[in-house]
Write a protein that binds this ligand. Structure first.
Ligand SMILES: [Zn+2]
Length: 280
């Protein structure tokens, strides 16, 4: 089984470059809110995250969402919404039966309410620590409860992790989401609780034990840029204040970097940077 990965963007936020990469200029830069469409031959079109959505703009008009908008100004042109992107691919939001959620930050779940037919696959550890938070407590964690559909809890499909196959080392735990080895979730917590990254087989014959050829890594927010991830560059120490757990963040980033060093031909996509070109 192979899966086609289509990287997409739903809006962008503004942030200071020097905070996301040590040594970068103190200048405001636009960071795309990336997500991806996964075309699995039998599970159909699935999303990995969904970027910003109209619900984010709405939440930012009133307290405490105002606070989020003040720290992280958001841009979402109509042409960049999830329904608009899906329409260009000949799909509607109702075609999306599943969203794999990397973590619950507002720029990854902003369009969930528009995906009314989907179940939500995530590490339960992503939700447990945030679930009860409201108001400023929630915004501090970049979590806006209003972005989740009212029946979110009923539509949850929690991931279960098992000892990972040797080709995913140094990750000890992994979830084979479809049971066919085409999409693996690995835990990369720290930036946010329970965050996951995906390793996707995009070419027939690609193996976890190989060079990485034919594999695509959807790394979510493990790093702000592909270069920072591959080269082990640090973000500004101030950014550590925003991490849920800075020690775990460093560990997760080091683990993924090590996996990439063992699989140099794997393609990397991080949420807020341009995707690496697809050589497939
Ligand atoms: Zn995040």
């Amino acid at each position: 089984m192979t899966v086609r990965v289509v990287p997409l963007t739903a809006g962008a936020c503004l942030n200071v470059a020097a905070l996301t990469e040590r040594g970068a200029p103190w200048r405001v830069r636009e960071y795309p809110a990336g997500y991806a469409l996964l075309l699995h031959p039998s599970r159909g079109p699935v999303l990995f995250d969904c970027g910003y959505g109209p619900a984010v703009l709405q939440a930012m008009r009133r307290w405490p969402g105002l606070l989020y908008g003040a720290v992280t100004p958001v841009r979402l042109p109509a042409s960049q919404t999830v329904p608009a992107a899906l329409a260009r691919l000949g799909l509607t939001p109702a075609d999306i039966r599943q969203v794999i959620v990397s973590h619950l930050h507002a720029d990854h779940v902003g369009a969930l309410r528009q995906l009314t037919a989907a179940t939500f696959v995530l590490d339960p550890a992503a939700y447990t620590p945030l679930r009860g938070l409201r108001g400023v407590q929630a915004v501090r964690r970049a979590y806006l409860p209003d972005l989740l559909p009212p029946d979110f809890d009923d539509r949850l499909s929690p991931l279960t992790f098992q000892a990972s196959p040797p080709g995913l080392a140094p990750f000890e735990w992994a979830a084979d989401i479809y049971g066919d080895g085409s999409v693996w979730a690995v835990p990369v917590p720290g930036h946010a609780p329970g965050m996951i990254a995906l390793v996707v087989r995009t070419q027939p014959g690609a193996a976890l034990e190989g060079s990485g050829e034919g594999l695509t890594v959807l790394a979510s927010d493990v790093a702000y840029s592909v270069r920072a991830l591959r080269e082990g560059l640090e973000a500004h120490p101030l950014t550590h204040l925003t991490f849920f757990n800075a020690t775990q963040e460093r560990q997760s980033r080091a683990r993924l970097r090590q996996w990439l060093q063992r699989h140099p031909r794997a393609r990397v996509i991080v949420s807020h940077d341009l995707p690496e070109p697809d050589h497939g």
